[in-house]
Design a protein around this ligand. Sequence first.
Ligand code: KIV
Ligand code: ZN
Length: 527
Amino acid sequence: MSITHPSFGKLADNQIILFDTTLRDGEQAPGFSMTSDEKIRMAQALAQLGVDVMEAGFPAASPNDFESVRRVAVAVTGPVIAGLCRAAPGDIERCAEALQGARRRRIHTFIATSELHMAAKLRMAPDQVIETIKGSVKLARNYSEDVEWSAEDAARTDPDFLCRAVEAAIEAGATTINLPDTVGYTLPSDYARMFSDILARVPGADGVILSAHCHNDLGLAVANSLAALGAGGRQVEGAINGIGERAGNTAIEEIAMAIRTRPDALPYKINVDTRQILKASKLLSAITGFDVQPNKAIVGRNAFAHEAGIHQDGVLKNALTYEIMTPESVGWAKSSLILGKHSGRAAFKDKLATLGYGELPQAAIDEAFSRFKELADRKKTIYDEDIEALVDETAAEAQGRIHLVELTAEAHSDGKSKATITLKVDGVDRTETGFGDGAVHAAFNAIRAVFPHEASLNLFAINAITEGADAQARTTVRLEEDGRIVDGQGADTDTIVSASRAYVHALNKLIAKRERTIQLSPAFLTA
Ligand code: KIV
Ligand code: ZN
């Protein structure tokens, strides 16, 4: 039976809906939380990529989540904007309110259906869960024609009960039924069987979109999602770079490129412009501070690099010898050498536009331009990646209460390094000296002396942004205070300055986070 969907109309028989949850499930991973502004930037990149549905957040989870979903709904055109909510009236109403400004909206409501989750977490009897499904989907339908219902922990749910639950959701008006492998436990053959069972046994299942949502605990999320498509699934949920709870979600770029590269085995139609993949991936890394591993499929630094002589020789003669897709098809281009120290403001602005920063306010462009000039004095060749780091950092600093003004450091091999730092805190310059085991440690102690706080330093990572001894170092610092986790990023040709910028950035985020009230109940933590 062909499907007519309220948001997409009549679906072609081989059309697959790509549902991106980078801003919701992805953002739930420790250290990956994003500010409202960052979510807007990421949402614009996802819209350019052409995902069909974008889950912008969990509006009832916190005021910040609500505000982010509300802003994305208003600002982003193209994809259907979805919000997640539990099966509680207050959650559903809050979600509907956040989505009000969207041209096309989806309410995505869920409840757990496995015996373990119903008994241990929800403390509800199966019949109560069925009644709750009916009530929640009906209520959601009052606010939106497009309603997705998810059976949390579907992959570990008793098949008979799952059929009952799906039937109840369809009867109540759900237009997409999502069957998540919430804990990343399933195997491709089991997951495919679950989809064919539902299609064979549940009345009306062939008239709605069945969706796959997989977690990667066993490294099988992409394989499981593709198996679901083979068994009648019509939507895949995933996140850029595969981010998400624990080991992450299905990497959406891998699904897109598997479909584009293997039409013989995967004869599906998708809407994405795959050349935008790398841009979205890099933006996400810049915002969260986490680079993907070099060998990550599609977007890793080595994904199209050939080291072995025999491979290089083959690729030079005919790229198809060792490349199953072209680097350009996912947005890779040679890192271009760009402006030098004599370049003017117009050329710089032009470059920003080609890198996707066309919308920056004039003050941010001016600040970034003066930083670019300083950098050009210190660094011989400036690449696109340098410009991206510089602009991201300028934008991050503009939002904080604390700014790095000056830093001097002395490194001593006997472990008594010294750093003196001046920070502008709420407009007032304050200077302190710190000592430590190495200059970075000393600089961090100096920051603590200027702005005392109890947060612990949980992660410190440093990478070269480009090649060469004068390359900029990008640092990520993770701070934790009372269960609040934040990551800060910094970049500079000097590693100690880069690390200090990252620390200050993290501190600014921590201060902002302290000011937000976050009320998460245990049910949220398992979604
Ligand atoms: O993994 C999961 O079960 C989820 C649902 C809330 C869709 O993220
Ligand atoms: Zn999930």
